[in-house]
Design a protein around this ligand. Structure first.
Ligand SMILES: Cc1ncc(COP(=O)(O)O)c(C=O)c1O
Length: 389
C-alpha cells in the first residue's frame, strides 16, 4: 500500500508511482489464470520503466523500436527473451542487433520488404534467425495470408527459420466472441498451412489485447472473463502459444499524483486546476473527462459533511484538458492531491507530454520497502527548443 503522505512530502507533483508488488502480483494472477501452457510476452511499449522488474517473471519482451531495444539492452534483458518486432525495421539497427546479440530469440516480420532485409542480412552475416511473420488483421501491420503461404514455400535461406506466426488486432478487447473468432481464424490458418504446404507452424504469438476497466460504475468479472478466454485458447492444440500483453500486465501498478493548484467558479461550474493533466494521463483514447476513473484524494478525510461538484482540469492551454468532469467529492482546497489509479500502462509512454513545454513528471518506483526516483523531472523546454538558430 502506497504511503501517500510520504510520497507527497518527499516528491514533487505531478508524478507517477509504480508499485512493483502490485505488478508482480498481477503477473502471478495472469500466470495462474492461463497456466503453464501459456507464456507471457510483455509488450514493452506499455511502460518501459517496469521492464527490469519483469525480467524474471515473463518469458519474453516484445520490442518494437530501436529505442525499446536500447532500453532492454541497457537493462541487460536476456536476448533469449527478446522478440524484435515493429512495423519499421531499419538495416542499421538490425546489423547492430546481429553484432551485439547474435542470440536474439526471434524476429517478427511485418512485410515482404522486412523479410528480404532480414533474410539478406542473415545470409550476409551468416546469422541464423528465427522468424514469426505477423499476419495482418486488415491494417498497415503484417502480411497477408497469401504472402505468408508464398514466404513459407519460397524461403530457401538456410539461415532463416520460420517458427510460427504473430497476430495482434487491437487493444481493449472486451468481447469473448471477437477473441474466439480470432482464435478460430488462427486455427484454420495453421491447419491450412499444414494441409497445403505440409509445413508445421510450431508457435503462435498472440496479442490478446486484454481489457482493463478503468472507470467507476463499469462492471467486469475478470476471473470469469479470463477463465472463458482460456477455454477458447485451449482450442489451439499442440502448439506453443505465447500471449503478448501490455495493458493488462502494466495498468494496475501505476498511480498518478497531481495537486490542486487553483480553483475558480464561474457561470459554467466549479473549475479545479491541477498541476498535471492529459499531457501525462491516458487511459484509453480521449474521454474528455466524461468518465470517472478510480482515484483517491489526499488528505483522506472521514465524516465528510460538505461535498461539491467539480470539473478537474490540467495545466494545458486547451479546453480538452479535463481529467474528470462533474465529479462529486468532499469540498476541495488548494494543495489537495488526487491520486489516479490504474495508470501503469501507456500514460508515461503515450500521453502528449511535450505539449506546452511542461516538465515531464518524476517517476518513482516503490518496491514494497523503498521509494526511488527512476526518472527525475525532465524539462521538455530543452526538447522543444530550436537549437542552431
Ligand atoms: C503488436 C502488439 N502486441 C501487443 C500490444 C499490446 O497490446 P495491449 O497493451 O492491449 O496488451 C500492442 C499494442 O499496441 C501491439 O501493437
Amino acid at each position: 500500500m502506497l504511503d501517500y503522505a510520504k510520497i507527497i512530502r518527499q516528491y514533487k507533483t505531478p508524478c507517477y508511482v509504480y508499485d512493483i508488488n502490485i505488478l508482480l502480483k498481477r503477473v502471478n494472477y495472469l500466470k495462474e489464470k492461463f497456466g503453464s501452457k501459456y507464456d507471457l510476452v510483455y509488450a514493452v511499449k506499455a511502460n518501459t520503466f517496469i521492464v527490469k522488474y519483469l525480467s524474471d517473471v515473463v518469458s519474453r519482451f516484445e520490442i518494437c523500436s530501436p529505442g525499446e531495444y536500447d532500453i532492454c539492452d541497457k537493462l541487460n534483458i536476456n536476448p533469449q527473451k527478446m522478440v524484435i518486432s515493429g512495423v519499421y525495421k531499419d538495416e542499421k539497427t538490425i546489423i547492430k542487433i546481429f553484432k551485439r546479440h547474435p542470440d536474439i530469440l526471434k524476429y517478427t516480420i511485418e512485410s515482404i520488404t522486412q523479410y528480404e532485409l532480414l533474410s539478406n542480412l542473415a545470409k550476409k552475416y551468416k546469422q541464423p534467425i528465427h522468424l514469426l511473420p505477423r499476419v495482418t488483421s486488415g491494417n498497415q501491420f503484417g502480411i497477408t495470408k497469401e504472402q505468408l503461404f508464398n514466404l513459407i514455400q519460397n524461403n530457401d535461406n538456410n539461415y532463416v527459420i520460420i517458427d510460427g506466426i504473430e497476430y495482434f488486432s487491437g487493444t481493449q478487447k472486451h468481447s469473448l466472441k471477437r477473441l474466439e473468432k480470432e482464435v478460430d481464424y488462427l486455427i484454420d490458418l495453421i491447419d491450412k498451412i499444414k494441409k497445403e504446404l505440409q509445413f508445421d507452424i510450431k508457435e503462435i504469438e498472440f496479442g490478446t489485447g486484454l481489457p482493463v476497466y478503468y472507470y467507476q460504475g463499469e462492471e467486469f468479472n475478470e476471473d470469469e472473463f479470463l477463465d472463458n478466454f482460456k477455454k477458447i485458447l485451449d482450442k489451439i492444440k499442440n502448439k506453443k502459444v505465447t500471449l503478448e500483453i501490455g495493458r493488462s500486465i502494466a495498468a494496475n501498478c501505476g498511480f498518478y499524483l497531481t495537486k490542486v493548484v487553483d480553483m475558480k467558479t464561474n457561470d459554467y461550474g466549479n473549475f479545479v486546476i491541477c498541476d498535471g493533466g492529459i499531457n501525462h494521463l491516458v487511459y484509453y483514447g480521449q474521454t474528455m473527462g466524461m468518465k470517472i476513473p478510480y482515484y483517491d484524494l489526499f488528505p483522506i478525510k472521514k465524516d465528510i459533511l460538505d461535498t461539491a461538484i467539480y470539473n478537474l482540469c490540467g495545466s494545458l492551454c486547451t479546453t480538452n484538458d479535463f481529467l474528470v468532469k462533474n465529479i462529486t467529492t468532499r469540498k476541495l482546497n488548494i494543495g489537495d492531491t488526487f491520486i489516479f489509479k490504474n495508470v501503469g500502462a501507456y500514460s508515461s509512454t503515450e500521453a502528449i507530454s511535450l505539449f506546452l513545454s511542461r516538465d515531464l513528471p518524476q517517476i518513482i518506483i516503490y518496491d514494497g520497502k523503498d521509494y526511488k526516483i527512476v526518472r527525475d523531472i525532465f524539462k521538455t523546454s530543452i526538447l522543444n527548443f530550436p537549437n542552431n538558430i
